[in-house]
Design a protein around this ligand. Structure first.
Ligand code: KE4
Length: 425
């Protein structure tokens, strides 16, 4: 029995499904999850000593690559002083200043410990600020596992939401309306009928949770104008896209100013940091100033913030995102060409340092497009590449990530492996 399989069997005794987050269990692609022991730069090594080129980057945070020496040093240095105070620190102020500087739509910001906490808090804040209960999300977008966001469309997009998870009360889900991403008509119809009851619209401004989907300009500009018209808040969930698709995130890329933004992943450099922020008049509603309660024992944790601050410092190096974007495009162009040469219906696209791989003739623009791509082919490709030492996300519905540590030889090796895989799937 392989060590990965042995560890997986043992883990299933003590941890539900053997994992601390469902996607890690390989349920979507089948097979045994890999137990990793070490990471350095673009590489990972599993418990059996096998080496992989990592295109998951811990689902986004490891934008500098694994175990970057300066980030490790920052963590080691701060952890000598203490691991946590549960009191304000100058370092948290430095992090807040940095976020406000990089993302101008954020006038004030609060740190939390995960993306879920960030989106959960932003939704509560939007409801508290507007005095309205209804919220709007889009099918296929994932915003963490807060009850209000584990909701799918009801009998019709314009009717009450239904829980997408057991344990979410119908009474909670009914306030969440779920529309189709990139469907401007549906959005206008909903606001025409219920706009004055809507607290906020939350979306991934580049989707990474139903594979990678790019919003149309019409969709984004309508979102901004229609929420403004009806007094609903526009929340950009940039947990994945922040500091990833460009330094200032999707809002910088597309020139759309949301009312609130949620952040995570890169902002912690691999340690638990999330954040939500935006217009000062909205943020002032938060306790201890205002009536919207939100709190956290480890919010602004000194060690996690040290890792995040060093990461934010290093990604502001000159041409960082230009190089990261070019490297990611080299990967997606190379994979697309390899598939074309093998006559496989496959395409790939990138936005900054994140990418999507699709077993379809053209990149998807909607949830239904994604659902019509060939998932079985993806699963075969995934396992073939894994066997060759290339670690893509274990699901056809996840975006992939390139780090600053991915070298030309890493990209070339990946493309060579794909040429073999496309010939054998
Ligand atoms: P966390 O609570 O996992 O830190 O963040 C939730 C979240 C919020 N918003 C967006 C846009 C996200 O992508 C996420 C989390 N992303 C997934 C990857 N698809 C995390 C991986 C996992 O669930 O294990």
């Amino acid at each position: 029995m392989t060590k990965n399989l042995d560890l997986f069997k043992q883990s299933q005794e003590y941890i539900p499904g053997g994992v601390n987050s469902p996607v890690r269990a390989f349920g979507s692609v089948g097979g045994t999850p890999i137990f990793f022991k070490k990471g350095k730069g673009s590489k990972l090594w599993d418990e059996e000593g096998k080496e992989y080129i990592d295109y998951i980057n811990s689902w986004g945070p490891m934008i500098l690559g694994h175990a970057h020496p300066e980030v490790i040093h920052a963590v080691q240095e701060v952890s000598q002083e203490s691991l946590s105070f549960g009191a304000p620190t100058a370092r948290e102020l430095e992090m807040a200043r940095e976020i406000v500087k990089i993302i101008p739509s954020i006038e004030q910001v609060r740190l939390v410990s995960s993306g879920t906490e960030a989106t959960m808090s932003a939704i509560r804040l939007a409801r508290g600020f507007t005095g309205r209960d209804k919220i709007v999300k889009f099918e296929g977008c994932y915003h963490g596992h807060a009850d209000s966001l584990l909701v799918k469309a009801g009998s019709g997009a314009l009717t009450f939401g239904q829980p997408s998870s057991a344990g979410v009360p119908v009474d909670t889900a009914k306030h969440t309306l779920t529309l189709s991403y990139n469907n401007t008509k549906e959005l206008e119809e909903l606001f025409l009928s219920q706009g004055n009851e809507i607290a906020c619209v939350i979306l991934e401004p580049v989707v990474g949770n139903m594979n990678l989907i790019v919003p149309s300009e019409e969709f984004l500009t309508t979102l901004r104008s229609i929420t403004e018209k009806y007094g609903a808040l526009l929340i950009f969930d940039e947990v994945m896209t922040g500091f990833r698709v460009s330094l200032g995130g999707a809002q910088e890329l597309f020139g759309i100013i949301p009312d609130l933004t949620t952040l995570g992943k890169v902002i912690g450099g691999g340690l638990p940091v999330g954040a939500f922020g935006g217009r000062k008049d909205i943020m002032q509603k938060l306790a201890p100033l205002g009536p919207v309660y939100q709190a956290g024992t480890l919010s602004g944790n000194p060690v996690a913030v040290a890792a995040g601050l060093k990461t934010l410092e290093l990604i502001q190096a000159e041409h960082f995102f230009e190089k990261l974007t070019a490297q990611t495009k080299k990967l997606t162009d190379g994979l697309t060409q390899a598939a074309l040469d093998s006559g496989i219906d496959f395409c790939a696209r990138n936005v900054g340092g994140m990418f999507g791989l699709y077993f379809s003739k053209a990149p998807p623009n909607s949830f239904s497009d994604v659902m019509s791509s060939d998932r079985e082919m993806f699963n075969k490709f995934f396992h073939h590449m894994l066997g060759l030492g290339i670690y893509f996300g274990p699901s056809a519905f996840e975006a992939g990530f390139v780090s600053a540590a991915h070298s030309d030889s890493d990209i070339e090796f990946t493309i060579d492996c794909a040429k073999k895989a496309f010939k054998n799937i």
